[in-house]
Design a protein around this ligand. Structure first.
Ligand SMILES: Cc1ncc(COP(=O)(O)O)c(C=O)c1O
Length: 390
């Protein structure tokens, strides 16, 4: 199919490759290797001189379909799927960075991303400066001659701060660096970072691309040169590859992506508006709220506010834990991106491994709760939260 279709159509149709059986639904090729007709063909496939599948660490038809569908949705030339969102960030970093390089990273990214840059990659000689996701001047001031990569999430996790992708792309370009955007919260259904000037898009497919909390997966997308020459080579050699089974689940998940993202965003905004008027709630964070500091930018950059609502309850950790422990419907789990609504206390779970100073700098207080809104009726979600809010 050509690339001129609407997003809804691409989500259902893009990337499908039928086998000789002419199946209607995409096939699951659960095989670790592929058989060759001859020694000559095996040699040709291994060297890349002949097209065809070889070994599922780096080539599998179901994984290819998933990569092609996601590339069509993001408007990317190329996509490499990985075993998880974190392995997507690792693969990108290992492929594109070397000892002596400098990274500028938003201080409001997922906790494990902070650990990866400040802990693991630092041991390999990559230095990272953390800056505010919304303060452009801080990004400019942090630039060094050896800055190679700017990395951010927007909206950020869990405070839904919005970074200006187009403005930061201009900063990166002037400095000869690359801009990578983690698009897990919005997905291409709501935001397409490559169209706004980003060089690379990262996904935790574990979240909304699957959409039903079943499998782990990740992806890196961008130009053919960046993704296929660099990141694919790392994946082929080091092997943080996506299983064909997980690829199949994510491929089918993408068929309902646009519908889910719009419906879940709508529910999240309704819940956020209600929370804003609750006497026990000190602050609510959702990009669709007029009170959100980057509401205007979010309205320009995103098609809807997304499904994550964070809010601060009066009374610190005890009050926040009371809300969690009083739920009967909402799931107490660290994951998000599910059609089942989830609730998390970021300070003691997803962001528990970063230092208290880094947590404070990222604005994650003890009273903060993150709700990732699913597809249940909003009235039932309000009733479930009301029990613990008192
Ligand atoms: C924004 C964001 N990026 C990356 C990740 C890591 O993804 P994964 O758990 O698939 O490794 C997460 C996980 O929660 C996330 O929320």
């Amino acid at each position: 199919m050509d690339g001129n279709h609407e997003l809804a159509t691409l989500g259902v149709r893009a990337g499908q490759a039928r086998s000789d059986f002419n199946e209607h639904s995409e096939a699951l090729f659960l095989t670790s290797s592929f058989v060759f007709d001859s020694a000559r063909q095996a040699a040709g496939r291994f060297t890349g001189g002949e097209d065809g599948f070889v070994y599922s660490r780096f080539s599998n038809p179901t994984v290819s379909m998933m990569q092609d569908r996601l590339a069509a949705l993001e408007g990317a030339e190329a996509c490499v799927a990985t075993a998880s969102g974190m392995s997507a960030i690792l693969a990108m970093s290992m492929a594109l960075l070397k000892a002596g390089d400098h990274v500028i990273c938003s201080n409001a990214v997922f906790g494990a991303t902070v650990q990866l840059y400040s802990g693991i990659l630092a041991r390999f000689g990559v230095d990272t400066t953390f800056v505010s996701p919304t303060n452009l001047a801080q990004w400019e001031r942090a630039l060094r001659p050896n800055t190679r990569l700017l990395f951010l999430e927007t909206p950020s996790n869990p405070l839904t701060e919005i970074s200006d992708i187009a403005a930061l792309s201009a900063v990166a370009k002037r400095a000869g660096a690359l801009l990578a955007v983690d698009n897990a919260f919005c997905t291409p259904a709501l935001q397409r970072p490559l169209h706004l000037g980003a060089d690379l898009v990262i996904h935790s497919a574990t979240k909304y691309l699957d959409g039903q909390g079943r499998v782990l997966g990740g992806a890196v997308l961008g130009s053919r040169a960046l993704v296929m020459d660099g990141i694919f080579g790392f994946l082929r050699t080091a092997g943080p590859s996506l299983s064909p089974f997980n690829a199949w689940v994510i491929l089918k998940g993408m068929e309902t992506l646009e519908l889910r993202m719009l419906a879940q965003s709508e529910r999240a905004l309704e819940l956020a508006i209600w929370l804003e008027s609750h006497p026990q709630v000190a602050r609510v964070f959702h990009p669709g709220l007029a009170s959100h500091p980057q509401h205007a930018l979010a309205s320009q950059q995103q098609r809807a506010g997304g499904a994550v609502v964070s809010f601060e309850v009066n009374g610190g950790r005890d009050a926040a834990w009371k809300v969690i422990d009083s739920t009967r419907l909402i799931s107490i789990t660290g994951n998000l991106g599910d059609v089942k609504t989830t609730i998390t206390h970021p300070a003691t779970t997803t962001h528990g491994r970063i230092s208290p100073e880094a947590r404070a700098a990222a604005g994650i207080s003890e009273g903060l709760l993150r709700v990732a809104v699913g597809l249940e009726a909003v009235a039932d979600l309000k009733a479930d939260l009301t029990r613990g809010l008192g």
